[in-house]
Design a protein around this ligand. Structure first.
Ligand code: ASP
Length: 337
């Protein structure tokens, strides 16, 4: 066992539970609140570009992942376990730009980034540009729990993963037709002199609050379609794409990573909460104020110590889902939901 966290058996159970359509047990009327939010990327997501089948598949997978994470919280497990449970399901789905459904870089290769942070002690782990790790979030957790470092990249990260018994797959595991077509479209646009747009972003993430009052955040991505020169975005950068501190909030971001890094988005939201802003105000100010002014497209999911959730985005849509402290389940894709 690489970590003290649940193995794939638990994910399989959660998957089965989701497939059987079982509802999570209702949260107890009293006792500390638990809550969770997840995202599957923000971007130019419109109803016109979506088939009913594809939309249904997105909604079902989002709901399954958020319920699986929530189940862990109701069972008294940590926010880190809940975040990991939800993200593994999203990484294993070909629908999202993370793990299995990761986008291709300019060389036609999938390079994956992920990070995780625990709010209790600001422990953090991250990996960048790994090519064979099935679930990069697990490697990020292993970096946090079993190394003295915060971020490992490339072959070194994979060597560490092998030492930790982290599952690897043949790179063909990450080959999906949809992402290959996206790469070809990006290459054509590039030749036509177009700049990169938000069409080519997306990512997955989760934030959660557990019974012990601990927050956690995690993010996993294939990054940007057609990326080159070893480009790494915000997703594995603590403070930019991921941040968690029990004293303020937990955030996972998705969007144009270069902006999220420079505007230190995840940390900025939590710093505003620490200075007295409500979570909703802080997240909205950064995503729809600071970032819009800067020209950065994307969104975040955020949760605070009371279990309040905010999921603002400045794009047409963001794949997202949550179970709030009262046990209400929400799944959304478009801006008007
Ligand atoms: N933020 C990620 C990156 O820039 C991509 C995304 O969220 O869609 O790599």
């Amino acid at each position: 066992m690489p970590t003290a966290l649940p193995t794939r058996t638990f994910s399989a159970l959660a998957l089965l539970t989701g497939l059987l359509g079982l509802s999570p047990r209702p949260a107890p009327a009293s006792g500390p609140p638990v809550a969770i939010a997840i995202h599957g990327g923000a971007g130019t997501i419109s109803r016109e570009d979506m088939t009913p089948e594809r939309e249904a598949a997105f909604r079902a997978t989002l709901e399954q992942a958020v319920r699986a994470g929530h189940e862990r919280l109701l069972a008294g497990e940590s926010s880190l376990v809940a975040v990991r449970t939800a993200i593994v399901l999203l990484e294993d789905s070909p629908l999202f730009n993370a793990g299995r459904g990761a986008v291709f870089n300019a060389d036609g290769v999938n390079e994956l980034d992920a990070s995780v942070m625990r709010g209790r002690d600001r422990a953090a782990g991250a990996v960048a540009s790994v090519r064979r790790v099935r679930n990069p979030i697990d490697l990020a957790i292993a970096v946090m729990e079993h190394s003295p470092h915060v971020m490992l990249a490339g072959e070194g990260a994979e060597t560490f993963g092998a030492e930790q018994g982290i599952e690897t797959v043949d790179p063909s595991w990450f080959h999906t037709e949809f992402r290959w077509e996206q790469l070809e479209a990006a290459r054509e646009k590039e030749t036509a002199g177009d700049i990169v747009t938000a069409d080519f972003f997306s990512t997955v993430g989760a934030v959660a609050l557990d019974r012990a009052g601990d927050l956690a955040a995690g993010t996993s991505t294939g990054g940007m379609t057609n990326k080159r020169f070893g480009r790494i975005g915000d997703s594995p950068v603590i403070g930019a794409g991921t941040f968690a501190d029990n004293a303020s909030c937990a955030v996972s971001a998705t969007g144009h990573g270069e902006y999220f890094i420079r505007w230190v988005v995840a940390y900025d939201i939590c710093a505003r909460v620490a200075s007295g802003s409500s979570l909703a105000d802080a997240a909205d100010t950064v995503v729809n104020g600071v970032l819009v002014e800067a020209g950065g497209t994307g969104g975040v999911i955020a949760i605070d110590a009371a279990g309040d959730i905010a999921m603002p985005f400045n794009t047409a849509g963001m794949y997202r889902a949550s179970v709030d402290a009262a046990g209400n389940v929400f799944v959304g894709i478009y801006g008007d939901e």
